[in-house]
Design a protein around this ligand. Structure first.
Ligand code: ATP
Length: 297
């Protein structure tokens, strides 16, 4: 996938501002960014559903405007929104989708996809009778009926329970191992960290980072020191000013070096501050993401 200088404007809002990036065949690529960054707008342009004001997108060498049909055939998109015709069953929905690509006799593949997505038992259920998570799985199935080499998933795990999410990732990983190119947007940064080889970060329609995930993580040498203070203990004021409370009731301090860890501990010791638990954690993609978004602002 080759994206070159793509711009898209809605009224006075520049939703995409000269976005350029390339995704190599077989890559597992992450497209991250806060709400409104332009991820879905970019995906619509990839799918040929909207036309960029400037720039171009090629899917497996096919231009999404000039060579729409070929580009579309090479792409499977799992959209963010759950939109379905409620009158069809799951199997009918997938047969109709196959029909859009001129595929007849696609039932063996449809059965395989249904099995992999744990939907076999629901094949003859009406779409309206499915739960949200099941509907999302049908969206994944729909994107795959024509066996596209490039698969784009726009927040596929929103509203999906943990077990299902793991099943979905196992499936997507398999597809990637078989050679499919995967482009993923997600707000679950842990998912992106463990799945994506490379990541683009978008902010206000611009690419603010485009790097291998490992390099992004290595850019921040900062680590997090987490402490659980003993009963009634309080941090000295200069540490308190830098500390964050964690959801599990601990205190987190960002530290740049081992010396700084030692200095913090010495300070606590000098003040007689007791703690029950201590942990030094490596930076997560989430920390990098937050820092980069702040820097870009
Ligand atoms: N059809 C449209 N008309 C007007 N504005 C739009 C339209 N589609 C998107 N926008 C605006 O363009 C910007 C980018 O939206 P987009 O949906 O691409 O963001 P996103 O990165 O996918 O966000 P989210 O994480 O919330 O899904 C937003 O400010 C949005 O309001």
């Amino acid at each position: 996938m080759l994206i070159e200088g793509v711009c898209k404007r809605f009224g006075s809002l520049q939703a995409l501002d000269h976005v350029s990036l390339q995704v190599a065949p077989g890559e597992f690529f992450g497209l991250l960014g806060p709400n409104g960054a332009g991820k879905t707008t970019l995906i619509s342009a990839m799918a040929g559903l909207s036309r960029p004001d400037a720039g171009s997108i090629r899917v497996m060498g096919h231009d999404t405007v000039a060579d729409y049909r070929a580009a579309r055939r090479n792409l499977g998109v799992v959209p963010q929104e759950l939109v379905f015709d409620p009158f069809f069953t799951v199997r009918e929905t997938l047969r109709i989708q196959s029909g859009y690509y001129g595929l007849r006799g696609n039932d063996d593949w449809i059965d395989e996809i249904l099995a992999r997505l744990d939907l076999t038992a629901k094949a003859d259920s009406n779409m309206r009778a499915l739960s949200g998570g099941m509907k999302r799985r049908v969206l994944v199935a729909q994107a795959l009926v024509h066996r596209p080499p490039v698969i784009v998933l726009d927040e596929p795990t929103a509203g999906v329970d943990v077990e299902l999410r793991q099943g979905l990732w196992a499936f997507v990983r398999d597809l990637n191992r078989q050679g499919h190119t995967i482009v993923l947007t997600t707000h679950y940064l842990e998912e992106a960290e463990s799945l994506c080889g490379r990541i683009a970060m978008l902010k206000q329609g611009r690419v603010i980072a485009l790097e291998r995930t490992a390099d992004l993580l290595a850019r921040r040498m900062q680590q997090t020191l987490r402490l659980r203070l003993g009963q009634g203990a309080a941090l000295p004021p200069e540490l308190r000013a830098r500390a964050r409370a964690t959801p599990d009731g601990r205190i987190a301090l960002t530290v740049d070096s081992a010396d700084e860890v030692a200095a913090c501990l010495a300070r606590l010791h000098a003040e007689g501050v007791l703690f029950d638990d201590i942990e030094l954690a490596k930076p997560a993609l989430e920390d990098v993401f937050i820092a980069m978004m702040q820097e870009a602002a």
